[in-house]
Design a protein around this ligand. Sequence first.
Ligand code: HEM
Ligand SMILES: *[C@@H]1O[C@H](CO)[C@@H](O)[C@H](O)[C@H]1NC(C)=O
Ligand SMILES: *[C@@H]1O[C@H](CO)[C@@H](O)[C@H](O)[C@H]1NC(C)=O
Length: 317
Amino acid sequence: MISPNYYLVTLVIVLIANVPCEAQLSSTFYDRTCPKALSAIQTSIRQAVSRERRMAASLVRLHFHDCFVQGCDGSILLNDFTGERVALQNNNSVRGFEVVEAAKRAVEAICPGVVSCADVLAVAARDATVAVGGKSWIVKLGRRDSTTAGSKALAESDLPRGSDSLQALISNFANKNLNERDMVALSGSHTIGLARCVTFRARIYGNDNVSIDPGFARLRQQQCPQTGGNDNLAPLDLVTPNLFDIKYFKNLEQKKGLLTSDQVLFNGGSSDSIVQGYINNPRSFLSDFGASMIKMGDIEPLTGANGIIRKTCGSAN
Ligand code: HEM
Ligand SMILES: *[C@@H]1O[C@H](CO)[C@@H](O)[C@H](O)[C@H]1NC(C)=O
Ligand SMILES: *[C@@H]1O[C@H](CO)[C@@H](O)[C@H](O)[C@H]1NC(C)=O
């Protein structure tokens, strides 16, 4: 006869085995379950960026906005138009959804139900950066997908705004365990991509009290009138808007940052020296950027038994 003790020991072992461990993300997460996932995503992203260079910028931003709201859980990808997708910082602004969905389809075709949308997006952001001249980094994997989107209110409080002061930016990133140096490095992704007139109007008409090169202000005013034209676009980096380089930081040195939140990084405050360091040593920017993207990708992931693997990124199974 089996002793009651045996049952007790078995029960304890079963209980321990089922405790969801504080799972860590790992770069080798899909090595056995979907070894071709990363190359499938890369092919898909390279194609999308060669069709439209701006897509690189849009994908990097999508990953950032995913991670800052409820963690890197693919929540921003859900077709829920009542929550985070329509927050002030996202509505009529975030893009690249079809590209992520196409990359996810490519992965589903080789290993259905294995790779999360949150991970597809994290890899897409890396591959997009590399496709426009950035330096690669090793993406950690094993995130799972949320079943619901974050609320509009949460997104509006957690995502920074183009009108933010340096202090606001520092504390906004600190809330996500990212320090001032991470914040400056990550802002360096404004070396690619475009912004809408509504996000930089106050600045180019001198209403943000942050100094601006007068010629640059006049140039941007041509496509961004005092009233109307809210959706007119301008490059965040006026010199090389499609290249991942340090021109963004050089622009700041010349007071040609497009957003208030760009120029405050070089306006006589604590981050001036970080910007100057990147100008002096461009390679340090490229490697810091990757390191900070890895840190950003670590924000509150769903792992283990939490979350799901969505079949399509737009809806929760
Ligand atoms: C530091 C705080 C930040 C603020 C206040 C900010 C704000 C903005 C704003 C206002 C736009 C233009 C959006 C529009 O036109 O609707 C923008 C675009 C963009 N942001 Fe940021 N951003 C910040 C940090 C970041 C970070 C951390 C990343 C990525 C790591 C990033 C990547 C981008 C990219 C690539 C674009 C261009 C997107 C496109 O062309 O589709 N930004 N950002
Ligand atoms: C989002 O943008 C759409 C299209 O311009 C608009 O109809 C809607 O009211 C906006 N939603 C919010 C919550 O601002
Ligand atoms: C700009 O400075 C003026 C004068 O100090 C002040 O009245 C105004 O509120 C400031 N505006 C902003 C957006 O900080």
